[in-house]
Design a binder for this molecule. Structure first.
Ligand SMILES: Nc1ncnc2c1ncn2[C@@H]1O[C@H](COP(=O)(O)OP(=O)(O)OP(=O)(O)O)[C@@H](O)[C@H]1O
Ligand SMILES: [Mg+2]
Length: 393
């Protein structure tokens, strides 16, 4: 949630420390204003989900500006903090759409509950537009093909299924998802946006590389130093904003779990551990399963993927399923010629081989995510398909 405070009082610091404590995963902007009159128009508060007006002199508040803000932003919550007799301003505040009024002395105790109400209102209004799904891709062991699969599935969801998709490369040490689907480097990365307190969907999008009509890529920081100090709350914030702006957020993780990847997994809708069907990967999958159990993730959130199927040294799938006590959600064929042509050209697999075996498997996977059967997909025009996929979402 984006919280903007306009404060004309010396209490701005007090407010800020309450918000810093209670709203760790929100974006909080505190704008201090000199003088007795709060000038709402002078600031860009248009993105605020919760607008807190901390008035030094309620007589000087521009009520029509408050009303205008509330009319233009019906999903936002406006809260007034004022000194003096609250009774006198209650009716006027109600008329212009203010949701809560607090006296200065009530701030400490009541602000947290007011914030919570704003959060519930925002979630209810967001119900009109479903939030984007967060999909995590994690290797059971290094080299399982996770980054290649995550980036190419993201591209298929965007360019074949016409969803708005963001691929986030959260492999902060050796991020390479970018190289699999584009050779463009606009110099921007996660490092540029992760610390921004006023981040919104548009700013996030402009920090990305647009890889296709509907597919964006947020690269990992260009060097490991830029990654130092990134916090789980900052990652959480990026995912929150991304889920309001995109239909799918595909997150490529490195194999080693750390607080950032744990937070991303906590926030996710589905987790896809990717493995090849040989013994070292089975052990890796078992290790991950133990971690998921310890984190109390529901079994339905985990979807195991068998990659590079068809190689001569593959173990039998039923044996692995028995050892792991779980069925594979998808089996992806080994498609060495097309995979290496894609990697060597820096182009997405779909552009290299739109009908290749691995591309087909990725399209089926995307169909399953959208709940659409293949026959429906083949027999619809693209505009009808768009409508169907919305219904089935
Ligand atoms: N189905 C496939 N068929 C053929 N080659 C594949 C397939 N999937 C992935 N590969 C290849 O496997 C190699 C390793 O892939 P990738 O870098 O995505 O693995 P990773 O699991 O992300 O590794 P890391 O642990 O280094 O992050 C790449 O060269 C990729 O092209
Ligand atoms: Mg990788």
């Amino acid at each position: 949630m984006k919280i903007t405070v306009l404060s004309g009082n010396s209490s701005a610091q007090n407010l800020k420390s309450i918000l810093d404590e209670k709203c760790r995963s929100d974006q909080v902007v505190v704008l201090e204003q000199a003088g007795n009159k709060l000038n709402i128009d002078a600031y860009d508060v248009t993105q605020a989900d919760l607008l807190i007006l901390d008035c030094p002199d309620i007589q000087q508040l521009d009520w029509s500006a408050v009303e205008m803000f509330n009319l233009r932003h019906p999903q936002s919550t406006t809260v007034l903090i004022c000194r003096g007799d609250l009774e006198q301003v209650l009716v006027q505040a109600m008329r212009v759409g203010v949701r809560d009024i607090l006296s200065g002395s009530e701030v400490q105790d009541r602000l947290p509950e007011v914030i919570e109400r704003a959060r519930i209102r925002l979630a209810a209004s967001a119900g009109n537009r479903s939030l984007g799904k967060i999909l995590i891709f994690i290797p059971c062991k290094g080299g399982s093909g996770t980054s290649f699969i995550a980036s190419n599935l993201a591209y298929v969801l965007g360019e074949v299924h016409h969803k708005r998709v963001l691929l986030v490369d959260l492999d902060l040490q050796f991020g390479d998802a970018s190289f699999y689907i584009t050779d463009i480097d606009n110099g921007r990365s996660l490092g540029d946006v992760v610390r921004k307190t006023d981040l919104d969907g548009q700013m996030l999008e402009s920090a990305c590389i647009q890889v296709g009509k509907n597919t964006w890529l947020l690269r990992a920081p260009h060097n490991p130093e830029q990654s130092v100090g990134i916090t789980p709350d900052q990652v959480d914030n990026i995912l929150t904003i991304a889920s309001r702006h995109f239909d799918f957020i595909c997150v490529d993780l490195e194999r080693t779990l750390d607080p950032l990847s744990l937070r991303a997994m906590d926030r996710s809708d589905l987790i896809f551990p990717i493995m090849q069907t040989v013994l070292p990967y089975v052990r890796g999958a078992q290790r991950l399963q133990r971690t998921f159990r310890a984190l109390h993730y529901p079994v339905s959130k985990i979807r195991l993927i068998a990659n590079r199927q068809g190689k001569s040294d593959d173990l039998a799938l039923p044996k692995i399923e028995e050892a792991l006590q779980t069925k594979f959600y998808m089996q992806l064929p080994n498609d060495f010629p097309n995979a290496s042509a894609s990697i060597n050209s820096g182009k997405p697999l779909y552009d290299i081989s739109p009908e290749g075996p691995l591309t087909n498997a990725l399209i089926q996977w995307a169909d399953q995510l959208l709940g659409v059967s293949k026959s429906k997909l083949n027999s619809t025009t693209s505009s009808v398909w768009q409508r169907i996929s919305t219904i089935f979402k």
